[in-house]
Design a protein around this ligand. Structure first.
Ligand SMILES: Cc1cc2nc3c(=O)[nH]c(=O)nc-3n(C[C@H](O)[C@H](O)[C@H](O)COP(=O)(O)OP(=O)(O)OC[C@H]3O[C@@H](n4cnc5c(N)ncnc54)[C@H](O)[C@@H]3O)c2cc1C
Length: 384
């Protein structure tokens, strides 16, 4: 296996790292504390072509490969994974669903401005009574002439305050939801769609999250993504790209935990010596280093599999997402421990990393689901 990056990829990593340190690092603590979406910073990064991701240039994208996209997300996430989340959207669930299943009109009208960083979007999959079990959704759609009428609610939807449109899902058949699921693009100002933001969530604070409520919401037939009843397939094909993005972001966060821990363990003097001299602190550092290196290999391996043209890589996506987010949680726990009381203050970033790391174990499929999926693929109960 070739583990090297090209010269161009190494230059991109360097440029992204410099951008993150100069443009994001001085502001991240304050916008996180205020729960403010760093729109200007994201649009600046988009202006450098870092939001276009894998989307082809004819749809406003950068046309880069998954490996390069992963480098961008990892480096941005070493400073702020919420900025990286916004940058991942055109290549993630929302963008790749349109890219693979959308009409030419949808690609120009919805994907292009998203990939150019002119607008933001949301994906509404989770419902109050169905998170992991997506197919058990209760939101319904019925055809009425050249429209569908949608009723129901989506829960825990990110980018609620800034999304110009929502990619969401509803079923034609409440008795057997899986069979009738359709995917839709709904413009923000569509009558019948309202939003309710949550307050005081654990982490991911710059991203507003909440309910999307659909009450007799009329959506034009031309806004359906893919065929009638193909919605589950649309979601499941696109989710792989979302999981690669989450793995890259969790990896960046884990690396940030290590960076901060190394610095602190060298500086903090206890019993007349830097705490890094204590073997039990060294043990925590070693656990972080080995897991982060493993998470990095698994994440870039998934990117490489996708760059090699694999149509599906569900097992690899579950392995990378689960391992990278578990590593982020372990690294954040160790980082707070190494910082002692200061790890519990806002003075150092590790308390923010700790709050955010937990969320990574839940989003894009919680990790118990991934553990089950990996076993089922291995046992032959499931196939790509
Ligand atoms: C900050 C944040 C942002 C989010 N943003 C979005 C978004 O933009 N769009 C969106 O659609 N959703 C979003 N979500 C929702 C997220 O995707 C769901 O929370 C996640 O899919 C899990 O669903 P749930 O919370 O309903 O958990 P449930 O499905 O109720 O599961 C609860 C727990 O039960 C256990 N469990 C469930 N099923 C299994 C199983 N098969 N095997 C073993 N154990 C199991 C697990 O421990 C799991 O954590 C967001 C969530 C958060 C916290």
């Amino acid at each position: 296996m070739d583990f090297s990056f090209t010269d161009e990829q190494q230059q991109i990593r360097k440029a992204v790292r410099e951008f993150a340190l100069k443009e994001i690092a001085p502001h991240v603590a304050s916008y996180d504390a205020e729960g403010r979406f760093p729109k200007d910073i994201i649009q600046k990064a988009a202006g450098l072509g870092w939001m276009g991701g894998i989307v082809p240039p004819e749809y406003g994208g950068a046309g880069i490969d998954f490996t390069t996209q992963t480098i961008i997300l990892e480096e941005i996430s070493r400073v702020c994974h919420c900025v990286a989340c916004a940058l991942s959207f055109p290549s993630g669930l929302a963008g790749s669903a349109i890219l693979r299943f959308g009409s030419e009109e949808q690609k120009q009208k919805y994907l292009r401005p998203l990939a150019e960083g002119k607008v933001f979007a949301a994906t509404g999959v989770t419902e109050p009574h169905s998170g992991t079990d997506v197919a058990a959704m209760e939101t319904t759609c019925r055809r009425d002439g050249d429209h569908y009428v949608l009723n129901g609610a989506k829960a825990w939807i990110s980018f609620l305050d800034v999304a110009e449109w929502v990619l969401t899902f509803a079923t034609l058949d409440p008795e057997n939801p899986r069979k009738g699921i359709c995917a839709f693009l709904i413009d923000r100002n569509t009558p019948g769609m309202t939003f309710k933001a949550y307050k005081h969530k654990l982490g991911f604070n710059p991203l507003t999250t909440g309910d999307v409520i659909l009450e007799d919401c009329r959506v034009p037939v031309k806004n359906r993504v893919g065929e009638e009843g193909q919605g589950m397939h649309v979601a499941m094909c696109a989710v792989e790209n979302g999981r690669l993005g989450v793995a890259a972001r969790a990896l960046g966060l884990a690396q940030a935990c290590l960076d901060e821990s190394v610095k602190y363990a060298q500086e903090r003097i206890v019993f007349d010596q830097p705490i890094g001299k204590f073997q039990m602190v060294q043990s925590m550092i070693t656990d972080m280093v080995t897991s982060i290196e493993s998470a990095r290999l698994l994440t870039y391996r998934l990117a490489w599999v996708k760059d090699s043209g694999a149509k599906q890589a569900r097992k690899d996506a579950s392995i990378a997402k689960m391992f990278a987010s578990d590593t982020a949680m372990m690294a954040a726990t160790n980082a707070v421990q190494i910082h002692g009381a200061y790890g519990c203050s806002g003075e150092y970033p590790v308390s923010r990393y700790f709050r955010d790391a937990k969320v990574f174990q839940i989003v894009e499929g919680q990790n118990q689901l991934h553990k089950a999926l990996i076993a089922e693929y291995t046992l032959g109960f499931r196939r790509d």
